[in-house]
Design a protein around this ligand. Structure first.
Ligand SMILES: NC(=O)c1ccc[n+]([C@@H]2O[C@H](COP(=O)([O-])OP(=O)(O)OC[C@H]3O[C@@H](n4cnc5c(N)ncnc54)[C@H](OP(=O)(O)O)[C@@H]3O)[C@@H](O)[C@H]2O)c1
Length: 318
């Protein structure tokens, strides 16, 4: 093996080619070995939509993973992941979970306010964390919204940072609309006839693996969308085809949406009103554009709504 021959006896070797060869090997190693691959990664909200996809994908990429949850005893993660107690409201839990960690994938639940997030980032920095990847939301950088504030907090944290801004998750249809689709064969949203470039959370996780494990993403922001911009009748058509019976999209106003989520048992009134309040950008068409960022990061345009519906079809049947 040429590398060994050169390395075996450097002091005795008269080879004039030694320096250029070593330089070439170093360059090859630099290109093939991700700079961040050695460090531990903490995934917050690891039991949630994106976290539960990201943990196994990081393990498959050979990373050491801590899976953060408020209930580590009850949580079930793939073998190889270390479940750790992580609660934004408990600084001791953040310090313990972040000590020895190089990178954090940061998911900020809607209940966590900006001051709490800033304190959490400070604790992570003190614990020795080097970089944080924030999961924000499509369009969050525009206007006043909590995820825009979260982005500002991350940029001001003194940590190396990357921001991912995924569009609306396809998985909302097998989470908050699951029972409506299963029991009533319909879903209702205050989205009018507007289109959205929905993204599959498996693709968000794939993008997260890249920015967490490979160099070159510090100070970068990525707007992540799925491959197509579709209206909700197209979502219903994909579900109909996967399930073998008609599913209907019913456009409603905010009150109709709240009624729908309450009557299907998916939400209480407060939560349903809070979700209704984030639909105006959808009605304005702001979530319609597609971007190339997912493909740039992962080499894939992402799952289609048809592939999503096929993959999760059992969720709407049982
Ligand atoms: N849904 C969408 O279409 C969409 C689109 C773009 C962006 N986003 C953003 O993505 C984020 C949500 O991501 P997600 O859907 O992957 O998560 P998720 O499914 O909403 O999961 C949230 C998780 O957070 C954990 N959690 C709740 N309170 C916590 C606290 N005080 N401290 C620590 N952990 C806590 C819970 O896990 P435990 O109970 O195990 O602790 C829960 O599983 C939000 O910021 C949302 O605005 C959502």
């Amino acid at each position: 093996m040429p590398q060994k021959a050169v390395m075996a006896g450097p002091a005795r070797s008269p080879l004039p080619l030694r320096a250029p060869l070593e330089q070439a090997f170093r360059e090859r190693d630099r290109q093939t070995r991700p700079a961040y691959s050695q460090g531990m990664i903490l995934v917050t909200a690891a039991t949630g939509n994106v976290g539960r996809e990201l943990v196994p994908q990081l393990l498959a990429a050979g990373q050491q993973v801590r899976a953060g949850t408020r209930h580590p005893q009850g949580a079930s993660f793939p073998s190889g992941a270390h479940a750790v107690h992580f609660d934004f409201g408990d600084e001791a839990s953040i310090r313990a979970a972040a000590t020895g960690v190089q990178g954090v994938y940061l998911i900020v639940p809607e209940t966590v306010d900006t001051e709490t997030l800033k304190r959490a980032l400070n604790v992570m920095k003190q614990a020795g964390v080097e970089r944080v990847v924030l999961q924000s939301g499509f369009g969050a950088e525009k206007g006043d919204n909590p995820l825009g504030e979260a982005e500002d907090s991350v940029r001001a944290s003194g940590l190396n940072w990357t921001v991912l801004r995924p569009n609306w998750f396809m998985q909302n249809y097998n989470q908050m609309f699951r029972r409506g689709i299963r029991d009533r064969h319909e879903f209702a949203e205050p989205a009018g006839e507007q289109r959205t470039s929905f993204i599959d959370t498996r693709d968000i996780a794939a993008a997260a693996v890249v920015v967490l494990t490979q160099p070159g993403h510090d100070g970068r922001e990525y707007d992540l969308t799925g491959p197509h911009s579709i209206d909700r009748h197209a979502v219903a058509a994909a579900l109909s085809s996967a399930l073998g019976h008609p599913i209907t999209y019913r456009p409603v106003d905010d009150d109709g949406f709240v009624d729908f989520l309450i009557s299907t048992g998916e939400s209480d009134e407060e939560e349903a009103r809070a979700i209704a309040s984030i639909y105006p950008p959808i009605r304005a068409g702001d979530t319609a554009p597609t971007t190339p960022d997912l493909h740039t990061l992962t080499g894939s345009a992402g799952h289609t709504i048809e592939a999503f519906a096929q993959h999760y079809r059992q969720d709407w049947l049982e």
